[in-house]
Write a protein that binds this ligand. Structure first.
Ligand code: 4AD
Ligand code: MG
Length: 465
């Protein structure tokens, strides 16, 4: 198969040669003296223009070349005399692969709202906006693998079906083959999961971390990059029921090493976007958010602020008392930071903020307990616009302390026996974190709704396509 990608053609100055392009028609205009056809093949946000002499093509054929139709054009690539493009293709043959009825094709030249485009997720990749977003999604995914590979990390594939609740939040989707209308029951009337496919209760994973730790305690440095599932009923622009998470786990790293790596990674990824997605970023910057590129540049240019949870609460309390800002939720030591608190801290410091030393009772069982017995070595990274983009911690590596936390938090010991056992055999200090891939994408694309940075969003009452 020989055809050129439009991106490659637009990047060349090798004119007066025969080329073939294949793609989707963005527009057709002109008429008597000449037809102009704008074609996009997804390789770049930019289109290439084909010019067609009406004397050479039948009216029937031209009539089929409408917005949304799929065509191939073979012809001569020439420098263009016209304004607005540096080159064009003088069409010799045109093949129509698929017509698109102009009266029913939903994507018209005028702009559509992002809400409307969500309802046609099967066609929205054909718009400039979603082409840009999904190309950037690819580049960020590649950059993540490159970042870790270059630093000696191994990509570990952790299971999607598990029997444990890593985060202990109980927000899981059940996996079962039992007959829901008539499940087998035990004598006491409860469902007999020993008869289920895996012989036990299973669910879709909320995180690959626990298995990731097993990898780190053998391979040293690992990362996972996979889908995770949360049945939390939060209908917000920052939550999905199915999202992708990157979870590195590092043997011999303490919480400070963990923060250093997270900061280095985030800056690397943002810089990668600036360096490799210039056309798409410029489009998104012009179209949606004039501050986007400046915001990205600002994040890579200065160190992230590091504070403790206690310092954070102090700043918020002072702010509240001095009436500089009203909070809906009173900042209180021991309570989780609310979105408004996170936003304020980011604003206050004028950039990303890393928070450590959270009260143990608001964090997961696996975080390493500090000597005060009250706080844990958790670390969250708060980002402008996004709020929490990363959550992580140094892990509890002491068997007795970990077991005590499992019991305190009513976690089924038998579902995590294998995790506990790693603290009996060659345990070591180790740390890791989870980056929400779609939250990163919100930041780098400037999109404001998380459903617009994943091709097929899964959210409450939403699993079409
Ligand atoms: O803070 P979380 O719950 O941490 C963990 O799952 C740890 N096991 C990570 C680790 O230490 N290995 O989630 C990590 C990140 C959040 O900071 C957020 O960016 C993203 O995952 N996230 C979500 N993204 C989209 N939709 C949701 N419902 C999300 N929940 C968490
Ligand atoms: Mg978190």
């Amino acid at each position: 198969m020989s055809y050129s990608k439009i991106k490659a053609l637009l990047g060349s100055t090798d004119f007066d040669r025969a080329v073939t392009v294949k793609g989707w028609v963005r527009s057709r205009r002109g008429g008597k003296p000449v037809w102009f056809i704008e074609i996009n093949d997804g390789s770049t946000i930019r289109n290439i223009q084909a010019v067609a002499d009406p004397a050479q093509f039948s009216e029937e054929l031209i009539a089929q070349i409408t917005t949304g139709s799929c065509i191939g054009v073979e012809g001569m690539l020439v420098a263009s005399q016209g304004k607005g493009q540096s080159m064009e293709i003088q069409a010799k043959t045109i093949t129509v692969y698929g017509t698109a009825d102009a009266t029913t094709y939903p994507l018209q030249k005028k702009g559509h709202s992002l809400e409307f485009l969500r309802e046609i997720a099967h066609l929205r990749p054909r718009t400039n906006t979603f082409g840009a977003v999904f190309r950037m999604r690819h580049h960020m995914s590649y950059a993540i693998h490159k970042f870790f590979n270059d630093r000696g990390f191994f990509n570990l594939h952790t299971p999607i079906i598990t029997g444990s609740d890593a985060e202990g939040a109980g927000e899981m989707f059940r996996v079962t083959t039992l007959d829901l209308k008539n499940p087998l029951r035990k004598e006491d009337g409860s469902i007999d999961f020993s008869q289920d496919f895996f012989g036990k209760e299973t669910n879709l994973t909320v995180s690959g971390q626990l298995e990731g730790e097993l990898g780190a305690l053998a391979l040293g440095l690992i990362y996972t990059f996979g889908p995770t599932f949360r049945a939390e009923n939060s209908n917000t622009p920052r939550h999905l029921a199915e999202f992708w998470m990157i979870e590195p786990e590092m043997a011999f790293y303490d919480v400070n090493d963990n923060m250093d790596l997270a900061e280095e990674m985030l800056k690397y990824l943002v810089q990668y976007a600036l360096d490799n997605c210039a056309d798409d970023l410029k489009f998104l910057n012009d179209m949606y958010d004039k501050e986007l590129i400046a915001r990205l540049q600002s994040v890579v240019s200065k160190p992230f602020t590091r504070i403790t949870y206690t310092q954070g609460i102090e700043i918020l309390t002072e702010t509240m008392l001095s009436k500089k800002k009203k909070f809906e939720y009173k900042p209180e030591w021991g309570a989780d930071l609310q979105k408004e608190h996170e936003n304020y801290l980011v604003e206050h410091f004028g950039g990303p903020v890393m928070v450590t030393g959270y009260p143990k009772k608001i964090k997961a069982f696996y975080m390493k307990l500090n000597d005060d017995n009250e706080t844990v070595r958790g670390m969250d990274i708060l980002f402008p616009w996004i709020g929490e983009i990363i959550g992580g911690s140094q892990r509890e590596d002491d068997y007795e302390k970990l077991l005590a936390r499992v019991k305190e938090m009513n976690i089924h010991e038998e579902s995590v026996w294998w995790y506990l056992e790693t603290r009996k055999f060659g345990s070591c200090p180790h740390s890791g974190f989870g980056l929400g891939f779609e939250r990163l994408l919100l930041f780098v694309t400037g999109m404001t709704n998380i459903r617009d940075v994943i091709p097929f969003p899964r959210a409450p009452k939403n699993a079409e396509f």
